[in-house]
Design a protein around this ligand. Sequence first.
Ligand SMILES: *Cc1c(COP(=O)(O)O)cnc(C)c1O
Length: 360
Amino acid sequence: MGRIYNFSAGPATLPVEVLEQARDEMLDWNGRGSSVMEVSHRSKAFIKVAEQAESDLRELMAVPDDYAVLFLQGGATQQFALIPMNLSTPEQGVDYLVTGQWSKKATAEARTLRRVHIVADGASLNFADVPSRSSWDLSPDAAYVHYCPNETIGGLEFHDVPDVGAVPLVADMSSTILSRPVDVRKFGLIYAGAQKNIGPAGLVVMIVRRDLLERVQTTVPNILRFASHAKEGSMLNTPPTFSWYVAGLVFAWLKRQGGLGRIGEVNKRKAEKLYRAIDESGYYRNPVAPAYRSWMNVPFTLPDAGLDAAFLAEAAEAGLAELKGHRSVGGMRASIYNAMPEAGVDSLISFMADFARRHG
Ligand SMILES: *Cc1c(COP(=O)(O)O)cnc(C)c1O
């Protein structure tokens, strides 16, 4: 059996070239007679990998020098708790924008620690649209504003960076980081679990304005302080070295693709052709407001949920895997991250047309 087109939302497909390089270097990395997983994170050889990954990421995203880049653990979910602990005091209020399942989870976690103010909540819109910006209730004295630029489950994405004034903007970019150029300057803190668009699970990438690191209180344990991780080059303790190494291979691959400008064009084209196929089919349906449709995660339903099982089975037969929608939404979801080749999207589109013809 050859390689499938894997539409998993995460952990997600990786570029074939990256997997091949990791395979080729598995038993004998750099002529050392061992894999990268088997060397000290403090060895010269690994430090070189770590530094190269950081410098490639800085180049890809044009990260300014007054921002630290951290390679952390605990998933994006752990950051839901660490961000309020690091960026605010118990006395301060924090602002959260709720636009889907992930920002809702981040909000719930922040509530265990801080006084949370909701800027706007898209629940009444079924998370298929974002409440109009004029209705947003931003607090001028909030420690930060948190939002999720791409809601992985609902398939809702911001195509601009919302203006929140002078309050630092914090973004959970887990499922959209590196999918297009972004102006890092507009953010106080960006974080992303690796397993969607960066590399293997186990790694979290964070980009944070250095002055914000100084906000942390001495009551926060050292291991949970972003400032301490920044000071130690993300080696306060043993980092997930293999994930970091593979992330570095992905960054190098992205540079070979022409960087984020080029990747963004491809992602836009992939998404647009899939939405067009859905809209013009008169068979499939995507519920998200057109201005907020995600380039990365495309949920769609069939006219009759009774056909879902047949769709999934026939798709798998055609080499199109992991299309089952999230349990909270139902239907299908095609995650088409950077590493999903355009040919995979084309193949899905022709399968969908063929399925609709046979079952419509
Ligand atoms: C996947 C995902 C998460 C959760 O990541 P974990 O690594 O499982 O903690 C959080 N936010 C968004 C937007 C995601 O896509």
